[in-house]
Write a protein that binds this ligand. Structure first.
Ligand code: WT7
Length: 647
């Protein structure tokens, strides 16, 4: 195996594109040329692939920047683009969704099947009284009903808010409350490593006392376990379908009408409601899916993300289905019933395009190359990666042991906010740089700037996007001020991504990771402030500082430094209680791996906790600059105590 350190010091280490063909090369060059020459015209051209009920008048309206409008005056419907236009032709009987449950059952929905279910649910929702000004919250496992629910909302022009099924009842409640959702679509539960877990119970708990009225809860049956159904409020998914008509007219919505809200962590305790609209979003995800994954009609495409994250929205549902792709949906864990589950699924369905996260690749590496080697993976032709920077060693392992040195690897950089890929190689690349997302997508312009706003080369700076792009979020729900302050204040006219990056001599872009108080655990974004505010809820806790500590598999793991109030001791029992509290308030993904009790926390003279130093301590690094500390002794004593515990 190649030594990662060695690779890192050779920044332009390249792997030739193993499947380069002249067509792909030409396409990449043509698109980049078009994007460079006239980005707006590029997106105008791309918008032709979407069916509009009424064509747009202007590509981009910047008059209210940074509240941009795309495809002004255009009218369309997303579910129409994902369904109706396919069933009008030969794709009617093509598989839209191939569903594999954790227990190994499969279910295939053709475009016609999906169309029927979406129409029925859309019509059923209208009959329940769902209105355009509503926000429908979707809290579901990875089952076809989740996709049906999203598309049904888009059909009637009602924005959805999908809440990841791994979030706790409290986290669900906060998101429901922020959106004032009157309607919830959920399931009895899901499966995880052979065991059923309940989602409906979490919904019931979240709705116990609400200051707004939740009118209907639609429950899909998945696990078949008993659930309590509240008379008048709770309905079965199948009953709502049965009430619905076979055809529900797609609502003609404006290009700038909201399509969905997706809550994501930021640097405060409160998640941000990231708002995406319709026309630009669809053009963006349609185009990036098509060209980055070199969409082919016969593909079986599998993205392992959960629909609760933006990856699931853009690259399980809207991008692929708008292209008429066949999408594989898998409900369960990669290691159930055995560690070769993913490879057996690829073999079973002859998956050709596979899109997963670096944390999963590192897990596969740990499980060993024998697992994939025991399966026929010859159907694969292209691989993708997303969620965090992929370390070159993981890239090469993925390339060799999964792609068998035949498949190009697309390392796609983007965010919940960006909606679509912004930095990614294309299949027409002559060579790839393992560990780098490489180039902006055609029509997108990015740069790396220093504190003063000057472009920097060869060293780390702030990643910015220099012009608007169609699938960009339009605002933060209820909070335009925060939208302005978080993303647009630092560099006039440029979008601040919150990531550090490096642009090397060859113009290759390396995204190095978050530079704010957001951490990335297994490709999931978690705000340190959210966890801190849960920890300080506990009566024993005076102060808490949460950091991301390097982790071999997860990329980062949650570590908390906590000071206690007088009279409390940092016992093992308290540590477990605090971990449990985080799980119940947020979800298992935010559970601290370790909690370190300390008498004090290092602070600047203005009283700001210096998390950077805590991270150095936790990772055993040489301590960074301590000159701005109020009391440098504090950090020295934490380091000593922490070191003695770890050692
Ligand atoms: C953050 C966005 C985009 C879908 C999944 C996460 C990190 C994501 C990459 C990549 C380097 C990456 C960034 C970004 N990130 N993909 N290919 N290379 N970093 O969505 O929760 O909005 O998180 O994930 O730090 O800011 P998200």
């Amino acid at each position: 195996m190649l030594n990662q350190r060695k690779l890192n010091i050779v920044p332009s280490y390249r792997v030739d594109n193993p499947s380069l063909d002249q067509e792909a090369r030409k396409t990449a060059m043509r698109l980049r040329e078009m994007g460079r020459e006239d980005p707006l015209n590029f997106w105008a051209e791309m918008s032709r692939e979407v069916d509009w009920f009424q064509s747009w008048k202007k590509v981009l309206d910047e008059s209210n920047a940074p509240f941009y409008s795309w495809f002004v005056g255009g009218k369309l419907n997303v579910s129409y683009n994902c369904l109706d236009r396919h069933i009008a032709g030969w794709r009617r009987n093509k598989a839209a969704l191939i569903f594999e449950s954790e227990r190994g059952e499969s279910r295939v929905l053709t475009y016609q099947d999906l169309y029927r279910e979406v129409n029925r649910l859309a019509s059923g929702l209208l009959k329940l009284g769902v209105k355009r000004e509503d926000v429908v919250t979707i809290y579901m496992p990875m089952i076809p009903e989740a996709v049906i629910a999203m598309l049904a909302c888009s059909r009637i022009g009602v924005p959805h808010s999908v809440v990841f099924g791994g979030f706790s009842a409290d986290a669900l409640r906060n998101r429901l409350a922020d959106a004032c959702s009157r309607f919830v679509i959920t399931a009895d539960g899901g499966f995880r490593r052979g065991r059923a877990f309940s989602l409906k119970e979490n919904v019931d708990r979240a709705l116990r006392e609400t200051s707004w009225a939740v009118e209907k809860v639609v429950v899909a049956s998945n696990t078949g376990e008993a659930v309590s159904m509240r008379e008048g409020r709770d309905l079965w998914f199948t009953d709502v379908l049965a009430q619905g008509e076979l055809y529900c007219q797609p609502e003609m919505v404006d290009a700038e009408d909201p399509l969905f809200i997706l809550y994501s962590s930021g640097t405060t305790g409160k998640p941000k409601g990231i708002l995406h609209t319709t026309g630009g979003y669809l053009v963006g995800v349609h185009t990036t899916y098509k060209y980055t994954f070199d969409h082919r009609e016969e593909d079986v495409y599998w993205c392992t993300a959960d629909i609760g994250w933006i990856t699931g929205h853009s690259y399980i549902v809207y991008g692929p289905l708008s292209n008429g792709a066949t999408v594989l949906l898998y409900e369960g864990s990669p290691d159930y019933p055995a560690q070769d589950r993913f490879w057996s699924i690829i073999e079973k369905y002859q998956v050709s395009v596979f899109y997963t996260a670096p944390t999963a690749v590192r897990l596969f590496m740990k499980w060993g190359e024998k697992c994939p080697a025991a399966h026929d993976l010859s159907s694969l032709r292209l691989l993708g990666s997303v969620g965090e920077p992929i370390n070159p060693e993981a890239w090469l392992w993925y390339y060799r042991h999964i792609g068998k040195e035949r498949c190009p690897v697309m390392d796609t950089w983007w965010q919940t906010e960006t909606g679509m890929f912004l930095i990614t190689p294309l299949p027409g690349e002559e060579s790839f740089v393992p560990g780098a997302a490489m180039h902006p997508f055609p029509g997108v312009e990015v740069d790396v700037l220093n504190e003063r706003g000057e472009p920097v080369r060869g060293e780390q700076g702030y990643l910015v996007v220099k012009r608007p792009w169609p699938a960009m979020f339009r605002t933060l729900y209820h909070d335009p001020e925060r939208y302005l302050n978080t993303y647009w204040k630092r560099y006039e006219g440029f979008y601040l991504a919150g990531d550090g990056a490096k642009k090397d001599e060859d113009g290759i872009i390396w995204v190095t990771g978050r530079i704010d108080d957001v951490i990335n655990v297994s490709g999931h974004r978690i705000g340190t402030a959210e966890i801190e505010s849960v920890l300080v809820e506990h009566e024993a806790v005076a102060e808490a500082a949460v950091i991301g500590k390097k982790h071999e598999i997860k990329g980062q793991a949650v570590a908390a430094f906590v000071t206690l109030k007088e009279g409390y001791n940092g016992t093992q029992e308290l540590e477990e209680k605090l971990k449990g509290l985080v799980v119940s308030r947020i979800g298992a993904l935010a559970r601290p791996e370790e909690i370190f009790f300390s008498a004090e926390l290092p602070k600047t003279r203005s009283g700001k906790i210096m998390r950077r130093l805590l991270r150095d301590i936790a990772e055993g690094n040489v301590l960074g600059d301590t000159t701005t500390l109020m009391d440098p002794q504090v950090v020295a004593s934490i380091k000593e105590k922490y070191g003695s515990l770890a050692g």
